[in-house]
Design a protein around this ligand. Structure first.
Ligand SMILES: Nc1ncnc2c1ncn2[C@@H]1O[C@H](COP(=O)(O)OP(=O)(O)O)[C@@H](O)[C@H]1O
Ligand SMILES: [Mg+2]
Length: 1012
């Protein structure tokens, strides 16, 4: 009978960062209902959703002595409660012979792994399920007759970027393109040669799952992969062979799929900036297809006929076709973040879960006489053999073999025949294996596996023991589930650190981005441990080391851009403990924060909520920028990435938050692009894909520039800077004619533009002499017409090919844009007549208090080398040259290709602080940090100066106004230039005024104003 997918949601506690910034709670639960409030409108009625279960795990709990989180109030749902509600049902159904599936959905960090696998003593559904399953098996076995048998096998796989990796088979992890997904005519999709391990106890399962997680961690770090984008499936096959009432052996099979999905955070729309590569990227095809499949299934269950369910569009949905719409009892658990800033994601998770409720599946008991199963397999094999033997497979036969949904029989391609042949051979092999397995006793299979496991298990046990006495590194990973999975010992004597290509093999092998053959070396002399970098980069406690450095308990060590470890020294730890010096165990976040701090970030940040969120963004983005830079160096892409903190004003906005953006600079021609965070994250994922192909040795790793994530079209407009036009004069119907400075996001002057604003008649004719307004309030209810002119730009950056100005005036929704002008000194010759027939109070206030922001956008010259040809320098050399330019302001001769070491990226010239961290010498390091500080301070000073200028021009306007009033009252109808000059700063100009403005004021002063 068809039944609905059961859906549970669960909200986690605030994490440390959320507590620190005093995040607001936006989730509430009552009974089975979940409510969510929009943080922008906390007073409004919350949205409500009803589910089978709504689990409150946010508060009302305490940590017991063994670390287990237990309820202190009636509200808290602990791990046991969740298992009792969800896991127990899965277990019961597995015993009955139903296939079961359990999915965890939600954004990264929302608690998927916590519910599925759990941490430490807070075991999740998977381990409790396994524990209970074996308890049941043991109980059955105690009373079992001779012909009864209970078999449990386990497989564990990961889908990353549409590739399947067998986590229990490390060899397959390195396999190019991953394992093949094939289709069986009756059984559906399966993964070719996936390892399925017989297990005999909970301990066995636990060992296997840790082994899989370790393999996953190594692969993720070495391949520089974003682990939150991987789907992990643990599949447990439970087979019961029992005689029925007539004594015939029956086989009852249940496949239990436990699925920890990739983080659901959307690769959000990149907004106005857009990105040509967004459409093409399969950032998470499996996850988006899952959404489509669920929508289609929900439509079907609502009675919408003719809905096509797109299972075939992704690997995940192929493999989970049964779980989603077929023979399975299915449960989904949606993990929710309680914090305000996750509102959009959490709402989207709730909507997803809401849709999933509608899906129906039809589970049947998988039970057949054992003989029959064997017979069927044999028959099938005989048929396949026959087909293959005759050699001449016809397309009809093939399509018959492909079964429903198979290939189009008219598609005559030898390649396809070949492919089908392979599929059949594989199927044959699989059947044969199954027959073999059936012939073998279960005991034999277990013994075989145990043999295989033995060395692994022994090694693991030994490692656990050694960790207690030998100093070692343990890994920190962004994903807490992958933390502390890798251990490297620093035994007495010397341990070389290097990649897998080093010969002889180093004692500590780490591989991946920017890890050198001879990366560094660690020495341990009677427990005194020291580390030294050789060809690679090593950071200890956030700072790059340049000489042999002592290692202490809980020190943080970073190899290359992304291998982060904590040093554990058991004897030091004991000593510290005795002396009462307890050092905090580092976390991924604290270690990254330290790196960001040492690189000069965070200095200026305060403790406001906004600053803390910005800091979080910096901590998240900095390692990614480092990795992108390292990939550019290795793939010789001639671009460099830097983190940039960009204020809303610099983005042309009047208000809002400072944002973390990423600047990509072409090292050959100096062209720059500023990417927003989402665009960078998307691009970085594509860079990883390219890098992975490169590492795997694919010939076609490099792609045409249109598809290259490191390439940006010079035609993409970049923001050169903004200018602010104060409108107060306009409220007096006075002309504005000014040459204004174009300031970029770093506060750097990027040229000037000349503008004019001239009040006029509705037809654009100049106003009469009597139109000056003494008091802007007089404007309310009256008309105002003016011409807005942008005449030209001067001294724009030399790499600009074309530029234009864009602005929004008052309540405009759309930008008004000038035509393009060419080169450094463009002529815009722009003029627009604005008409306001009846000025409102708001409009007059706007004129008096606001500024019009003009954004200057440009297209850069395209002078980069084409098609991978170089200009004689590779990326590492260009980066190194840039670095030395900053260090001593001298050009350093470029070293020969291959002769230089992994380059640092250290130059910058503004508020943005470059990555990765400090340069070689301590002195140079300090110099550099000081240089950055100075640059940041300069930018600050410039911003202040601009403010002062604005204030001073406002005060000038008000001075003029009072002078005019005074004169008018006195009966005078003119003021002299001298009088004006005296008032505008004694003729000497103001120190804060730029040259251009001074010249301009001279201009203005030379005109006499006529008043009435
Ligand atoms: N119900 C919960 N109770 C306590 N801590 C939780 C809970 N859910 C998640 N956490 C904590 O939140 C962090 C992120 O959870 P995790 O399960 O790793 O997220 P995900 O797998 O969705 O990325 C972990 O440190 C985890 O311990
Ligand atoms: Mg997880």
């Amino acid at each position: 009978m068809a039944e609905n997918v059961r859906v549970a949601v669960r909200v986690r506690p605030f994490n440390d960062r959320e507590k620190q910034r005093k995040a607001s709670l936006i989730i509430d639960m009552r009974g089975n209902s979940t409510y969510i409030k929009n943080p922008e409108d906390m007073g409004a009625e919350p949205r409500s959703f009803a589910f089978d279960y709504s689990y409150w795990s946010h508060d009302e709990f305490k940590e017991s002595a063994n670390g287990y989180l237990e309820p202190t109030g009636g509200r808290y749902a602990d791990q046991r409660k969740v298992f009792n509600d969800l896991g127990q049902g899965v277990l019961d159904n597995a015993w009955k012979g139903y296939n079961c599936s359990l999915f965890a959905y939600g954004q990264t960090g929302s608690g998927k792994s916590y519910s599925m696998v759990g941490y430490g003593s807070n075991k999740g559904i998977v381990p409790i399920f396994c524990e209970e399953l074996f308890k049941g098996v043991e109980a059955k076995k105690a009373t079992a007759g001779e012909n009864e048998e209970y078999q449990v096998t386990l497989s564990m796989l990961e889908i990353y970027n549409e590739q399947v990796r067998d986590l229990l088979n490390p060899k397959s992890i390195a396999q190019k393109g991953g394992l093949k997904v094939r289709q069986h005519p009756s059984k559906g999709f399966y993964v070719e040669s996936l390892v399925s391990c017989p297990v005999s106890s909970y301990n066995d399962i636990e060992n296997k799952i840790s082994e899989g997680t370790r393999n996953r961690t190594v692969a993720a770090t070495n391949m520089n992969a974003t682990s939150s984008r991987a789907h992990t499936i643990v599949a447990i096959t439970f087979v019961q062979k029992t005689p029925n009432e007539t004594g015939q052996s029956m086989t009852r099979t249940s496949v239990v799929n436990l699925v920890d999905l990739a983080g659901s955070e959307r690769a959000e729309s990149t907004g106005a900036t857009g990105d040509r590569l967004k459409e093409g990227s399969a950032i998470n095809q499996s996850l988006s297809t899952l959404g489509n499949v669920i929508s289609a299934l929900a439509d079907l269950s609502m009675g919408k006929k003719k809905t096509v369910v797109p299972y075939r569009d992704s690997v995940l949905t192929k493999l989970l076709q049964n779980a989603l719409g077929g023979n399975s009892k299915t449960i989904m658990i949606a993990a929710l973040s309680p914090a305000d800033i996750n509102f959009d994601e959490t709402l989207s998770t709730l909507r997803f879960a809401d849709r999933a409720k509608a899906i129906k599946t039809t589970a049947t008991v998988n039970e057949s006489p054992t003989d029959k199963l064997i017979r069927e397999l044999r028959e099938e094999n005989a048929r396949l053999m026959e087909l293959l033997k005759t050699g001449g497979i016809t397309l009809e036969q093939l399509s018959a073999n492909a079964g429903a949904g198979g290939q189009n029989p008219n598609q005559d391609s030898s390649e396809e025949i070949e492919e089908m042949k392979k599929a059949m051979e594989e199927e044959l092999r699989k059947n044969q294996e199954e027959i073999e397995n059936m012939k073998k006793t279960w005991q034999e299979r277990l013994a075989e596996q145990e043999n295989e496991n033995k060395s692994n298990v022994d090694a693991e046990l030994k490692k656990q023991e050694e960790k207690k006495v030998i100093p070692h590194f343990w890994n920190l990973h962004e994903d807490p589930a992958l933390t502390a999975m890798i251990v490297h010992f620093t035994r007495e004597g010397t341990s070389k650190i290097g990649n897998k290509n080093a010969s002889p093999a180093p004692e500590i092998t780490i591989s991946g981005l920017s890890i050198q053959k001879q990366h560094g070396v660690v020495t341990n002399k009677g427990g005194v441990v020291k580390i030294k970098a050789i060809d690679g980069k090593i950071l200890v406690n956030g700072a790059k080391i340049t000489k042999e450095t002592d290692l202490h308990h809980n020190d943080r060590v970073l190899f290359g851009p992304n291998h982060l470890y904590v040093f554990h020294h058991p004897q030091d730890e004991a000593k510290n403990f005795k002396e009462g010096k307890v050092t905090e165990t580092p976390t991924y976040d604290t270690a990254q924060e330290e790196i960001a701090k040492k690189a000069g970030f965070m200095d200026k940040a305060g403790k406001s909520e906004e600053d803390l969120i910005l800091q979080e963004d910096v901590i998240q983005m900095l390692p990614m920028v480092n990795e992108a830079d390292a990939m550019s160096a290795e793939l010789d892409k001639k671009v460099k990435f830097e983190l940039a903190l960009v204020s809303p004003q610099a983005r042309g906005l009047k208000g809002g938050k400072t944002e973390v953006m990423v600047k990509m600079r072409n090292l050959e021609n100096g062209n720059e692009w500023l990417w927003d965070r989402n665009k960078f994250i998307n691009r970085k994922f594509l860079m990883q894909e390219m890098y992975q192909n490169y590492v795997e040795g694919a010939d076609d790793w490099d792609v045409p520039k249109e598809k290259d994530p490191f390439w940006e079209d010079a035609d993409v407009e970049v923001l050169i800077g903004t200018v602010h036009v104060h409108l107060m004069s306009l409220s007096h119907k006075l002309d504005i004619e000014e040459t204004l400075t174009v300031t970029n996001y770093q506060g750097k002057e990027n040229g000037h533009i000349e503008i004019e604003v001239m009040p006029c008649t509705p037809k654009g004719e100049s106003l009469g002499e009597d139109d000056f307004l003494d008091d802007p309030k007089e404007l309310v209810g009256k008309e105002l017409n003016f011409k807005f002119k942008i005449n030209f730009g001067r001294g724009l950056p030399s790499n600009m090919r074309q530029s234009c100005c864009k602005f929004k005036f008052y309540l405009d929704n759309q930008y008004t844009s000038t035509a393009y002008g060419d080169g450094m000194n463009p002529e815009y010759k722009f003029e627009k007549l604005f008409k306001f027939p009846k000025c409102s109070q708001e409009f007059v206030d706007y004129l008096m208090e606001s500024v019009a922001v003009i954004e200057v956008w440009g297209k850069q010259k395209d002078t980069s080398s084409k098609g991978g040809a170089t200009l004689g320098s590779d990326t590492k050399q260009l980066m190194a040259r840039e670095k030395s330019n900053l260090g001593d302001n001298k050009q350093t001769p470029v070293k020969k290709k291959g002769g230089n070491k992994a380059a640092d990226s250290n130059k910058d010239n503004g508020v943005i602080i470059p990555v990765p961290p400090p340069p070689a010498e301590k002195k140079q390091n300090d110099q550099q940090v000081n240089a950055y500080k100075k640059q940041a301070d300069d930018a600050d000073r410039r911003a202040k100066a601009a403010e002062q200028r604005a204030a001073s021009s406002e005060s000038q306007v008000s001075d003029i106004r009072s002078l005019l009033t005074q004169k008018k009252r006195g009966g005078a109808d003119t003021i002299t230039i001298a009088e004006l000059e005296a008032m505008l700063g004694g003729g000497g100009g103001r120190s804060t005024t730029s040259t251009a403005q001074k010249e301009h004021m001279g201009d203005q002063a030379s005109k006499a104003c006529t008043i009435q």
